[in-house]
Design a protein around this ligand. Structure first.
Ligand code: PMP
Length: 423
């Protein structure tokens, strides 16, 4: 039995009042709160270890390197990736956006012939195709749209069902032998829908393409195993999985990372640099980690990963399923339309909704006045909103610290919105 009330007590930020009400935080899809042990890990690192990694002969540098690599291994374990020296499959990035841009830039570099013969598999030319889905966050949509524009590749997408799931009934039409890259979200950040990625990955590989997963909204909520899923690359952020801001991770199959050319250049990623000869880059992951790394944040992210595994991802999933059951009851409130699947099947506890006749910013402000934090706007996913005939929506999203009482506080407040605005 996991004591979720005790888990909630590990989050100091939740112990406060907002506008005279106890804080109810239902915006974890934007960023999760941090347990005390993660906050402590970061400051403890600065108090006792702080030094650059992978350089310097002094003891602190050695300890810093060990802490950094241990954290990488913990994060790798969370997602079923390799971490043994020489086999690492996790690259440290500044977040999901940075990881996805790293990939798009590296594919662009491969398209210019960089990375030699090994990188040819990533190269794009006019007539090739890049496929995304209409469910994508702008941080998938835009880097791959730009990549298409730079290389002359055709940009295509998988459409959505009426309730906002990525359609998989016409994969043979959309993913063809010309498709080189398919980039799709694992869980929609608006709809909370879990994408049925297995047939998309299978079709992509049958056509000889590379599959990129946006795992930003799945790693914090679901047990994921990138080897079992057979994804080629996956990107996500630490700050949505109870870790610090400013850091994230890119998973790549080892053979893919070894073949991929670098995307940014500088210190700590090169074996040999010359004035008059091309540089010789290091093996992954160092090849993709140019510059001084956010070591304290990576160490704290490792603590977050370890803590999630100690609770158990299946327990986290179970708790969230229970909260989602309650959250979906908002669909019974007069004038509220859920944007996404209404049944608690293949979805997480992120629920977007429209309140008929009330602008999301008014809803958000009204809810905030009761001490409840939800997100309003387009959530960096404008095509999804257009699909539903909207520009913006409201979104409530759960974390491990939420309770049924939190959800009930929201439901109670939501029931008052339309009467308050007299619609
Ligand atoms: N993809 C999805 C599905 C997201 O929800 C987010 C964050 N809202 C991102 C990508 C981008 O993450 P970050 O802003 O942390 O880089």
């Amino acid at each position: 039995m996991v004591d979720f009330a005790a888990i909630r007590n590990e989050f100091p930020i939740l112990d406060q009042e907002i506008h005279g009400h106890p804080l109810v935080y239902l915006d974890s899809a934007a960023t999760s709160q941090k347990p005390q042990r993660v906050i402590e890990a970061e400051s403890e690192f600065y108090r006792t270890i702080n030094a650059g990694v992978h350089r310097g002969a002094h003891e602190l540098a050695a300890r810093s390197t060990t802490a950094f690599e241990d954290a990488r291994a913990k994060v790798a374990k969370l997602v079923g990736a390799n971490a043994e020296e020489g086999e690492e499959e996790i690259v440290v990035t500044a977040g999901a956006t940075a990881g996805l841009n790293l990939l798009a830039t590296a594919f662009g570099n491969a398209s210019l012939g960089r990375g030699g013969e090994a990188a040819r598999r990533f190269a794009l030319k006019p007539g090739d195709e890049i496929v995304v889905s209409k469910a994508e966050h702008h941080s998938v949509l835009l880097p791959f749209q730009e990549l298409a524009a730079r290389t002359g590749a055709t940009f295509k997408w998988l459409d959505l069902t009426d309730d906002g799931r990525v359609r998989t009934d016409n994969l043979d039409e959309v993913i063809t032998e010309r498709t080189r890259i398919v980039a799709v979200t694992h869980v929609g950040n608006v709809t909370g829908a879990i994408t049925d990625i297995a047939p998309i990955i299978k079709r992509t590989h049958e056509m000889g393409g590379i599959f990129v997963l946006d795992a930003c909204q799945s790693v914090p909520h679901l047990k994921v195993d990138f080897h079992a899923l057979d994804v080629d690359f996956a990107a996500w952020s630490a700050h949505k999985m109870y870790g610090p801001t400013g850091v994230g991770f890119l998973y790549g199959k080892r053979e893919m990372l070894e073949a991929l050319p670098p995307a940014s250049f500088g210190g700590s990623m090169v074996e040999l640099a010359w004035m008059d000869q091309p540089a010789q880059y290091m093996l992954p992951p160092a090849r993709f980690e140019a510059g001084t790394q956010p070591v304290a944040q990576v160490v704290a992210a490792g603590v977050a990963a370890e803590w999630m595994m100690a609770i158990g991802m299946d327990r986290l999933e179970e708790h969230e399923r229970m909260l989602t059951d309650e959250l979906l009851k908002m669909g019974d409130i007069d004038g509220i339309r859920i944007i996404g699947p209404r049944e608690n099947v293949k979805r997480i506890g992120t629920v977007a909704f429209d309140v008929e006749g009330v602008h999301p910013h008014d809803v958000g402000q009204f809810i905030d006045a009761q001490g409840i934090a939800i997100r309003v706007g387009h959530h960096c996913a404008q095509p999804v909103h257009r699909h539903f005939g909207l520009y913006a929506s409201n979104r409530a999203s759960c974390g491990v610290y939420n309770s049924i009482d939190d959800i009930d506080a929201l439901l109670e407040a939501l029931a008052k919105v339309r009467p308050f605005f007299e619609v």
